[in-house]
Design a protein around this ligand. Sequence first.
Ligand code: ZN
Length: 287
Amino acid sequence: MKLIRYGRKGLEKPGLVDAQGHVRDLMGVLPDINATTLMPESLARLAKLPAEALPVVPEPGRIGVPWSGCGKFVGVGLNYADHAAESGLPVPAEPVLFMKTTSSMMGCNDPVVLPQGSLKSDWEVELGVVIGSKARYVDEANALSCVAGYCVVNDLSEREYQLERGGQWDKGKGCDTFGPVGPWLVTRDEVPDPQSLALWLELNGRRIQNGSTRTMVFGVATLVSYISRFMTLYPGDLITTGTPPGVGLGHKPPLYLKPGDEMRLGIDGLGEQRQRVFAWDQALIDE
Ligand code: ZN
């Protein structure tokens, strides 16, 4: 299943995308897609619905984050060896974790707003893993059974705030609009192998990131198991699993986002995102 939420920010309606790519209205079935919806029993119930019997939404308009109620948004750093190399950092012996704010999450095509004074804002196409069952000290063999599904994430990062301002990476990772998610949450049954997905990003029409989840240092099952040793993962939590090479920081000279730029990014089977970049005083974030 491809779950989607559409409509104005804060007023999104639940839907699913059928095999023909049409959005079908789930309003008659449930009020919203939230963390509870992502639990196995609830997904199993939804999967039994005959999609063709649900009303088609002719013009869904804006697409929101595909579920509400994400309790935490965990980032994994340097999880592709070639990206670690372009960042001038060693491949880590254990997964590098950081937290992105849940307030950075936004719809897949919403405007990206550069924070005030930002000169080094950068892109990162990533596979997002959405938790569907509580995971605490889960072993690798059972880790994927805790996953509800997958989505595209752009892990936008302000490199100066992340790397040059002292302390943790979080300063450069949690800015408003720095976490586009979606367009869909694709349930796990439709992604039999999360380690064989192509992922890519284009900046102003130029392909700039091209990779495969095959070259992750730590795969999805390892990451879910590993993170669950440090914090309990709950339904609705989101893990973004690191980016392949091609980020702005790795260019010589470095290349960063400026107002007017457009990013397009996607992952096999998980859909595409498209964001236009605005200066901090150019766009109203809450609209
Ligand atoms: Zn990242």
